[in-house]
Write a protein that binds this ligand. Structure first.
Ligand SMILES: [Zn+2]
Length: 401
């Protein structure tokens, strides 16, 4: 397979023009010259980006899209989300996962770091659709037997992460138990919500005399690195711990604004050496899985807050959204192709700026994972969309929405 006459985002923050040849699921050859503007002078201008990586998602929450809008986080969880989630069966979760996977593939996302109940269903849905991802068994202290179940699930699923939902939905015994098993045997990164709201952060300080990050670090749960979602109230000390433990800060700007949680201090985190990625969070607090929107907001809010347009360049934001994916020889061919021949993408004078500030998920025309086309101009070669829609709508009905 060969992508010809395309613009491409290359390592070293360069924009190239030329061709990408894919063989055996990997990028075999790149022929690129430095791209010149105005790019729309090409007859069919297309841009190839490294596949986007959604580093904090609850994919099956497509089932509850927009539910409980307007409620603050704790009431939103307890009054709107948890009662509906309690009714979900594994089949419902699978249907929600397939729907979310289709939405992500259509928007150029090639990998998701996911956290939801019935993770085996999501893992199966990902494998069937040919999408990459890491699932986890969610650590919650009040579910009898959950610690053993979390350890067993992680052991049986080599690609799974370990997880505690958050400091406030676990206890010290649970965290230490999971950390001991993880550091001795499993050795997986953790996926966890951290300091999402001021209340959560303050109550953790009152309970333990430590911030959520310091508390989690002391239990040993951060020793294998991982993904900490939100981090809105993290301190400089927290950022230093995260940098040292190689815990990635996953920024979820839409979710944090919709739930009124606040703004994570992303420029400061970067200054202190923390690796930052982007996530959509679940569809009840976003309410879509559009990573281009997350890029757009992540760029704008920090410039606005800092009153400084030089804060977070478009390339900084693109590297957060493509987290580790690069267009280089030998890399897995995880790519998305965007049609530049659009009203809102013309003239195309500055590609990185255009990606972050003008582009939408709906501009993606092709998504490729390990060299296989998984989304192509509105069609899904790996998903039976008629069945997916029937299953999804009946699951929404079954859970009473
Ligand atoms: Zn979340």
């Amino acid at each position: 397979m060969k992508l010809e006459n395309v613009y491409m985002l290359l390592p070293g923050r360069k924009v190239g023009f030329g061709s990408i040849e894919i063989e055996g699921g990997k990028i075999a050859t790149i022929k690129a010259e430095t791209a010149k503007v105005n790019l729309n002078l090409q007859p069919q201008p297309r841009l190839v980006l490294p596949g986007l990586v959604n580093c904090h998602g609850h994919t099956p929450m497509t089932l509850t899209r927009g539910l409980g809008g307007g409620l603050p986080l704790q009431r939103w969880l307890e009054e709107a989300i948890f009662p509906v989630e309690a009714k979900m069966t594994p089949a419902d979760v699978k249907a929600g996962a397939v729907w979310g996977i289709a939405e992500m593939l259509a928007g150029g996302t090639t990998k998701v770091v996911d956290m939801y109940d019935f993770p085996a269903e999501t893992e199966t849905a990902l494998a069937e659709a040919g999408m990459k991802g890491h699932v986890c068994r969610v650590g919650l202290w009040f579910v009898p037997g959950r610690l053993d179940e979390c350890i067993a699930f992680t052991r049986e699923h080599p690609n799974a992460h370990i997880c505690v939902h958050s400091e406030y939905l676990t206890n010290e015994e649970f965290c230490r138990g999971l950390a001991v098993a993880n550091n001795a045997e499993l050795k997986r990164p953790i996926h966890v919500h951290v300091s999402e709201t001021e209340k959560e952060h303050r109550e953790c300080l009152e309970r333990h005399g430590k911030t959520p990050i310091a508390y989690l670090a002391d239990t040993g749960l951060l020793d294998q690195g991982g993904f900490a979602a939100h981090c809105v109230y993290c301190t400089d000390e927290d950022f230093k711990i995260m940098a040292e433990k190689k815990v990635v800060l996953v920024h979820n700007p839409t979710s944090n604004m919709k739930l009124g949680s606040g703004f994570a201090r992303i420029p400061r985190a970067l200054e202190l050496g923390v690796s930052v990625a982007l996530g959509t969070d679940g569809c009840a607090s976003n309410d879509n899985l559009d990573m281009f929107e997350e890029m757009h907001l992540a760029s704008l809010i920090h410039k606005g807050l800092a009153k400084d347009p030089t804060v977070l360049t478009p390339w900084d934001i693109i590297e957060m959204a493509t987290f580790g994916n690069e267009i280089k020889v030998g890399a897995p061919a995880d790519l998305c192709v965007v049609d530049l021949d659009r009203l809102h993408l013309t003239p195309c004078l500055d590609i990185p700026n255009l990606v972050v500030h003008s582009m939408h998920a709906s501009d993606v025309v092709q998504t490729i994972i390990d060299g296989k086309v998984v989304y192509d101009h509105g069609t899904f070669p790996t998903i039976d969309m008629a069945k997916a829609k029937a299953d999804f709508l009946s699951a929404v009905k079954r859970i009473g929405l």
